[in-house]
Design a protein around this ligand. Structure first.
Ligand code: SAH
Ligand code: SF4
Length: 402
């Protein structure tokens, strides 16, 4: 059973009351300084205020300039007139029987307030020793992997860096991770002890992160800044279906852990399951993985492999998988297929998954089988989707003119 909570939208809404105010959540520190210079602060003050703002936004989770007590009142007022610290609106929050939590978040573009808002899903998966936030990068997806629910929603738009960060900030607030916050008292789990509720972030929600490269890079760089949200790059994982040309830049410029949605060991089958394979087949993909900057036994790449009954789950598939990955410092994550309304696949039996895992384990790979989490609330891998639809260009233009 799951519960859906209603929110007081008045308190959780970050509407663009003054539409042309600029959002600060997404700016690098130098850009933050430049934005402050733009409203007339001289260089030394802009530098000081940028450091203070950074701390308020990312360490303290403050969304109201009035609470920034170490900034003079007049400056706070000017900041409030020029800028926004916008967060998504929570449309719904569901908690699974296993403690997994899923939010439907709504974003408005403060720079284009006439356009309808977009909605995406974000999932929190608590375990005994860690809490993982599964973050979306796009509204829908341009790719059409045949076993993935998100793939049935055409791309509406990329999320901005601020919207990607907004998911982390909002989740931290709801889970009581900011100073003075409190844990939710509704039965959802969080890891024990003093640790943060969110210890890990995975870019494994809706969308293909490497097709929204600049915004994902910006968001993850800010999320891992030590004097801010301070998530270790070893605890951030970016998953890609195989956008080969972006893999090396991602390692060099973002430097987070890499996961590859492999799912098949032959090109004819992968062409069907993960159609981007037609553009960048398995051989090219694995070449790019081998060249991933920083790859080592201590920093292994994860290969995700969805277990589809009678499709990709034979002993021969397992042996070929081991052969293909020889020499790559890797972990193999076997994901039982999660069904969704209208899906055409079935999940492999648990005996089959065990046998497959056994072959992979005996070849020396750690191959944990990912226990499906949050299936009852459609929060498991590949089950995310929102109702947001793409407007035609003519409709968008008409709304912006109105
Ligand atoms: N677009 C990126 C990020 C999404 S990650 C990517 O494809 O890698 C989500 C993971 O869940 C991917 O490995 C995806 O292939 C997998 N997945 C998609 N649909 C699934 C389903 N129905 N059951 C299990 N895993 C699924
Ligand atoms: Fe897009 Fe990833 Fe789903 Fe494929 S698996 S459709 S790339 S979200």
């Amino acid at each position: 059973m799951s519960i859906a909570l209603d929110f007081d939208h008045a308190t959780h809404t970050a509407r663009a009351a003054a539409p042309r105010r600029r959002s600060l959540v997404r700016l690098s520190k130098p850009d933050l300084r430049a934005a402050l210079a733009d409203i007339g602060l001289e260089a030394r003050e802009a530098k000081l205020r940028a450091a203070q703002l950074w701390n308020w936004i990312y360490v303290n989770g403050v969304t109201d300039f009035a609470r920034m007590t170490n900034i003079q009142k007049g400056v706070r007022q000017a900041l409030g007139e020029a800028f926004l610290l916008d967060r998504p609106e929570i449309v719904s929050e569901q908690v699974s029987v296993d403690g997994t939590r899923k939010w439907l978040f709504r974003f408005r573009d403060p720079q284009r307030p006439a356009l309808p808002p977009v909605e995406i899903e974000t999932v929190y998966i608590p375990e005994a020793d860690r809490g993982t936030l599964c973050v979306s990068s796009q509204v829908g997806c341009t790719l059409t992997c045949s076993f993935c629910h998100t793939g049935t929603q055409t791309l509406v738009r990329n999320l901005t860096a601020g919207e990607i960060l907004g998911q982390v900030l909002m989740a931290r607030e709801r889970l009581g991770d900011f100073p003075g916050g409190s844990r939710p008292a509704d039965g959802g789990l969080v890891p024990g002890g003093e640790s943060r509720a969110i210890t890990n972030v995975v870019m494994m929600g809706m969308g293909e992160p490497l097709y929204n490269y600049d915004n994902v890079r910006q968001a993850l760089t800010i999320a891992s800044a030590e004097d801010g949200l301070s998530l270790s790059k070893r605890r951030i994982t970016l998953s890609t279906s195989g956008v080969v040309p972006q893999i090396e830049p991602a390692g060099r410029e973002i430097g987070v852990m890499l996961a590859i949605s492999l799912h098949a060991v032959r090109d004819d089958l992968r062409d069907m399951l993960v159609p981007i394979n037609k553009k960048w087949p398995i051989k090219e993909l694995l070449q790019a993985v081998r060249a991933y900057p920083g790859l080592s036994n201590a920093r292994r790449v994860t290969f995700e492999y969805v277990m589809l009954r009678d499709i990709n789950d034979s002993d021969a598939d397992a042996r070929e998988l081991v052969r293909l990955l020889a020499g790559i410092p890797a972990k193999i994550n076997l994901i039982p297929f999660n069904p969704w309304p209208g899906s055409n696949y079935a999940c492999s039996s648990s005996e089959r998954i065990e046998k497959f895992a056994d072959i992979v384990n005996r070849a020396g790979y750690a191959s944990p089988v990912r226990t499906p989490r949050g299936r009852d609330i459609f929060a498991a891998c590949g089950q995310l989707k929102s109702e947001t639809e793409r407007l035609s260009k003519a409709d968008r233009d008409a709304l912006e003119r109105a």
